[in-house]
Each structure stands twice: as structure tokens, then as C-alpha cells.
Design a protein around this ligand. Structure first.
Ligand code: HEC
Length: 142
């Protein structure tokens, strides 16, 4: 009896995970949250915060492409439409809030066009973008 219930539980779980009609939240939870946390917070020394930060990349040249090409995005098992939806959800969820007004949502076509080739110098590209943000004074001066 217990074994049957367990088998049913596993079947349900497996079915839920393999069905490709996930919402962006579920895709985030399954594919991204392990590193990026439920609230988009950082893990000091290894994973930067998305919260109140991810949207800032949209304000500098190359930043939008970076969000698609960063390995966590580009190399995820999500297809182009799913990745576009997760990125849109992340921007909306983690902000900063003022981004949403002018934000043009990511589309599957854009993701398909930009996703490859892989970024080879992630750290270098990221730090250039951060310098552009400070130069544009989009970073809070602290
Ligand atoms: C194994 C850990 C890990 C997983 C899983 C992961 N990421 Fe990341 N992510 C990182 C790290 C580390 C960075 C910082 C850039 C780098 O070194 O790749 C990052 C950076 C990012 C950035 C740019 C933010 C910044 O400040 O550089 C985006 C956008 C992003 N990830 C999206 C995603 C998405 C979407 C998923 C899920 C589909 C995902 N990540 C899954 C570790 C991860």
C-alpha cells in the first residue's frame, strides 16, 4: 500500500516536471532558483544578486544581450520561448521597479538570435557592463 502510494507520488512528480507547460515561475524554480534563490538574492563570493539589479543591465549597451547570453540563461535546458518568458518574469519580479515602464519584453525570436555563440569571457563582459553602469550613474553612489 505504502509502496503503491510512493510509486504514484513519483509518477505524479515526474509527470509534473516533464510536462512542458510550466509557468515562468516554475521554470525559475526548477532551473535557476538553486543558484539565484527564491528572492533573487546573492550568494556572496559566487552568485550576484538579481534583486534590484537585473533590470539595470537594460540601461547600458550590450546589457540586454548579456542577460540572454550569460551561461545560466543561454546554457539552460529552457527553449527560446521559455527562456524569454523567464527573463521577462525575472525583470518584473526583481526589478528595479522603474524598469517596467519602458521595458520591451524579450521574445523567443530575440533569444534565438542572440543566445549563441556562448559568452567566453563572462567576467570581463560583466565587469565592462558594470563600469558602463557606473559611468551612466545608474548605480546608486554609496
Ligand atoms: C549553477 C548556478 C547558476 C544557475 C543554475 C543559474 N545561474 Fe544565473 N548566474 C550565475 C552566476 C555565477 C552568475 C554571474 C555571472 C557568471 O559568472 O556566470 C549568473 C548571472 C546571471 C544573470 C546576469 C546577472 C548578473 O548580475 O550578472 C542572469 C540574467 C542569469 N544569471 C539568469 C539565469 C537564469 C535565467 C537561470 C535559469 C534558467 C540561471 N541564471 C541559472 C549562476 C547560476
Amino acid at each position: 500500500m505504502r509502496t503503491a502510494a510512493l510509486a504514484l507520488g513519483i509518477a505524479l512528480l515526474t509527470g509534473a516536471v516533464s510536462a512542458r507547460a510550466e509557468t515562468p515561475q516554475v521554470d525559475y524554480l526548477l532551473q535557476c532558483q538553486g543558484c539565484h534563490r527564491a528572492d533573487g538574492g546573492d550568494t556572496p563570493g559566487s552568485v550576484p544578486a538579481l534583486r534590484d539589479f537585473i533590470g539595470r543591465f537594460l540601461g547600458v549597451p550590450g546589457g540586454r544581450e548579456y542577460l540572454i547570453r550569460v551561461p545560466g540563461s543561454a546554457q539552460s535546458p529552457l527553449d527560446d520561448a521559455e527562456l524569454a518568458a523567464v527573463l521577462n518574469w525575472m525583470i518584473e519580479q526583481f526589478g528595479p521597479a522603474e524598469v517596467s515602464a519602458s521595458f520591451m519584453p524579450f521574445t523567443a525570436e530575440e533569444v534565438a538570435r542572440v543566445r549563441t555563440p556562448p559568452l567566453t569571457d563572462v567576467e570581463g563582459v560583466r565587469s565592462d557592463l558594470l563600469s558602463r553602469m557606473s559611468a551612466a550613474r545608474t548605480l546608486p553612489a554609496d
